[in-house]
Every structure is written in structure tokens, then in C-alpha cells.
Design a protein. Sequence first.
Length: 451
Amino acid sequence: MEKEYFESAPILKSIAKFAVPTVLSQMVTLIYNLADTFFVGQTNDPNQIAALTLSFPIFMLLVAVANLMGIGANSLISRSLGMNKPEQAKKASAFGFYGAIVVTVIYSAALLVFMKPVLTVVGASPDTYAYTKSYLIWTVVIGGVPTVMNLVMGHLIRAEGNSKQASIGTALGGVINILLDPVLVLVLDMGITGAAVATAISNFIGMIYFFVVIYKNREKTVVSLKPKHISLSRKIISEVILVGFPAALVILLGSAGNIVLTHYMSPYGDINVAAFGIVQKVGSIAIQISVGLTQGIMPLIGYNYAAGNHNRTKAVCKVSFAILIIYAVFCVGIVELFPNTIISIFIDEQQTVALGVDFVKRWIVCAPGMCMVMMLNSIFQAMGKWKQSMFLSVFRQAVLLIPLLIVMNSVMGKYGLVFSQPLSDTISMIIGFILYFIILKGQKEEVQHKS
């Protein structure tokens, strides 16, 4: 662990050290996420694109599991290092790793058993059912454990500042997926099933990479996968789960919101579902880069907050906010200027393109609010402020977004569904900043009191 970057290096230099590798790996992840939609879109079959859209919230529950254990353990490891408690960090990593395996196996088995009712709820039609089922069998039932292990181990080794190794693992899986997609989807004519197989294989290889890295660094890392370090103590379990749960809740509620959205969008036709699915992929460009920055700075914030370094904690957050808002506004500008060009990259079917352009120009305005909410949630998690993180997650999705989808669909139809996200994120951003300033004020007063 390089303490200089945690404690004394210039803020931009420290952020670059932690965040640049993570952002780069997320860019590769972004490309391979877009690759599925791009190559499946080359079939010019809106039903297969719609199936990808319907599968998305179910697949994302794997990310929720990874966040629950991975981000929870990440936060505890970083704070343990800040308090000079390496044994606690080892116990946190072992619990996060094995806990994730257990939860993933249960989820994958449950999906296999209840596949039909699940697909009915998300809005699969007779034309999209078989495609959606095939994708989920490969990515969740067969590929669930490798996917979650890939993500969790990345969080664990990133917690002590090894952003570069974590990013290489993420990027490795992405590159392999990008190489496999055209072969399986187009050359072998497997369509959406080929995209699913490529995802499963790439995550398996990424998982193997992380196993090798942790094994090679076993003498100098606090990250431990040894069963002897599994701790079922109340402190370890509560610290990991309470911090990780809001991060998982973000995904759970996001998936619930997506299920509600596709449920109400489905009656307008599979082409509408396909078009909005492409819009979500375009939106993921802003989201994925934001994830890279927010995940990258979490160890930096967690370490300094636990060490009582108020000024450095505040400075890291301030610079990160500035970087993110500039990027989000840039994304809005590009999409508003070139919507037709961007949507046409993914599919050449004219009706789907027209709907996608119509949707994306309305939806992209949520990018700044969404990026800020993600940053605020990550800051709360890094500080161990699980109550604030959980409140913001629940408020954004359950209190605002899901009711807005229902109400605005009845008032404005499908365009009401599109406008719901920007409205929800703008309100949530305001609430999030209020919570953030309250936390900083409390930390400052605590430091002054100790002085």
C-alpha cells in the first residue's frame, strides 16, 4: 500500500492514481457491454434487442450481489487500513468472498426454477421469450458465479490501492468478450445466445486472473481468500452488510424500476422496448465512466475519513464532483447534437432508430443528476455512512422513480416513462447534497472537538 497517495500527494495526483485505472477498465467494460447490443443489433432483429433489454434487470441482480459483499468488504478493508487493523481487513475480505458465492448460487438456482414466471413479470412476449430465456441461462444460471467473483475480487484488491491490477482483470474479461462476440453472434450465427456465451466465458477468464493475482500477492496483501479467515462475528458481518446493502439496493431498486418500465413499455410493442433498450445502452456511457471514478476514489475517501483527515476528504470529494459534472454535461451535449448517428450505430431498422432518437433526446438530460447521485452514494459508502446511502437509494428509486413511472405512464404514455428518470435523479441529487454537507459538517465538528 502506497501511503503517500492516501495521505499527502496532491489531490489530482491521488485521484489519478486510484481512479484512472478504474475508469479505463470501466471503459473496456462499457465497450463490451455495448458490444452485445451492437453485434446483436447487426441481426436487425428488434426482438433480440428487446430480449437483451428484458434480460438486463435480471442479470443486474448479480451486480447487486457483488455490490453487497464486494463494496461492503471494500469499505471495511479501507477503513481497517486507515485504523491500522490488518487482521480485520483479512476477515472482511474472506467474508465478502465466500458470502458472495453462497448468495449467487442461491440466486442462480432460484432463477432456473422460477424462470417462466420471472419472464412473464418482466414483460417477455411470445416473440421474445425464447431469446430472453437463452440469454439468462448462459449469463446467470451458468455464468453467475464467475461474474460475481470477477466483480467481488476486483473490489477486494482495489480496497488497498491496487487499482491497476483490479482494472487489468476487468479489462481482460472485456477484451475477450469483444473478441468473442462477432464470432459467436455473427460468424456462427448464434445471435443473442452467442452474446450470452461470450459474456459467460469472458467472466470466467477474468475470475481466473483474479485468483492468480491474489495468490501471487498472498505474502504482501491483506486480501485473504483463506477459509480460516472467514469471520461470522457480528462486527464483521454488520460492517460488510450494512455498508454493502445500500450499494446492492441501488441495483435492486434499479432492476425493479427497469422491470416496471419494461412492463409498462411492453404494451406499446416490442420495437418500443428495443428502442428504449438502446437508449439505456447509450446512457450507460455516462454511467459506466462515473462508476469508474466513484469506485476508484472510494479507498481514498474511506482511508482519510477514518483517519480523521477532514480537509483531505473534502478536497477529494470536491475535485471529483467537478470532474464528473463536466463529463456529464459533455455527454448531454454530444447526444443532443448527434442522436440519429448514435442510435443508428446499434441497429439499422428505421422504425426502431426513429423511436430511439425520440427517446434518447428526452432521457439523456438525466445524466448530470444520475452521475451526481452515484458519486454521493459511493462517498457515503466509503465513509461507512450506510444509513444515508440507504436512504438516498430508497428515496431515488422506491419513493420517486417507480411511482413516477406508474403515474406518468397514465398521464403522458410512453414518453412519461422516458421523462420519469430525469425528474427522479434531479430531485435525488438535491437531497443527496443536503445529506453530504450535513456529514462533512459533523466530521469537522468532531475533529475540532478532539483538537
